[in-house]
Design a protein around this ligand. Structure first.
Ligand code: MG
Ligand code: MG
Length: 268
């Protein structure tokens, strides 16, 4: 499938899907607590997405049975919500996607619940920082691999972490997963040129140990082979014609996080 380039009007339409995803993740962030099941978080997410007139994009995607992915501790991504109860000190990753008027948004965050191990918190902070470093590295005329290069450099500047190789970010638009792949490592200057209207989901996935992983017998949940804990952050963004990044799934468009890196985000 060819890369899909969006007009400014189409980007604004995608922004509506992105806001719904951002709102949903914010609701879940407020609802995550010791004693809450991941099934409960899933119900909160589905209710909000549908109340906003959108469709949960994960549900039915290659048979996935829920609105969110909920991945705990050594589960890296694609965990299926269920009866598991969130415990004190758990590291919980939530991934969510929605479709509004045919356009997709896709975003994720990780949070430590209750009394969080300081090394888990450092991993979570490292993963989040690398996501924003990746987006901040995107320039018109640059290349897609500039993002992954910046993600990898940021992670490595914070310590030794496993960076997943088999799972990457992706183009996004009228489908959730489009060309190109956005790896979380590698040399800069490779891949398609970064131009306005190329919308990308950037999503670093790291562990406190090895990057090696396997998929559980549920055929979805990806866990670290060494049982090390993991983090995952994701935002959907594009560059605008004036060169500024516009983070479609971030409620403030990415302004506060990017300002900390000296990058001005597109104003809504
Ligand atoms: Mg996602
Ligand atoms: Mg994604």
């Amino acid at each position: 499938m060819a890369i899909q380039y969006k007009s400014v009007e189409e980007v604004q339409a995608m922004r509506l899907a992105g806001i719904i995803v951002g709102e949903t993740l914010e609701l879940i962030r407020q609802s995550i607590a010791v004693g809450v099941t991941t099934k409960k978080l899933d119900a909160i997410a589905e209710a909000h997405i549908r109340a906003r007139g959108a469709i949960p994009s994960f549900m039915g995607y290659h048979g996935f049975p829920a609105t969110i992915c909920a991945s705990i501790n050594d589960e890296i991504v694609h965990g299926i919500p269920g009866d598991r109860v969130i415990g004190d000190g758990d590291v919980v990753s939530i991934d969510c996607g929605a479709i509004f008027a045919g356009w997709h948004g896709d975003a994720a965050f990780t949070v430590g619940v209750g009394r969080v191990d300081s090394k888990d918190q450092a991993m979570i902070d490292t993963c989040q920082a690398s996501l924003w470093a990746g987006i901040a590295a995107a320039r018109i005329g640059g290349h897609v691999s500039d993002i992954g290069h910046a993600v990898e450099r940021s992670i490595k500047s914070h310590g030794r972490y496993g960076i997943l190789q088999e799972y990457t970010g992706h183009g996004i638009g009228t489908e959730m997963h489009q060309e190109p792949h956005v790896a979380n490592y590698g040399k800069p200057g490779r891949g398609p040129e970064l131009v306005p209207g190329l919308a990308l989901a950037v999503e670093p996935m790291i562990t406190r140990g090895s990057h090696r992983n396997r998929t559980l017998s549920d055929e979805w949940t990806v866990v670290s082979l060494d049982h090390s804990r993991a983090a995952h952050f994701e935002e959907t963004f594009t560059l605008m014609p004036d060169g500024r990044p516009y983070v479609l799934t971030s409620l403030d468009g990415g302004r506060s996080a990017l300002a900390q890196l000296g990058v001005e985000a597109y104003a809504d």
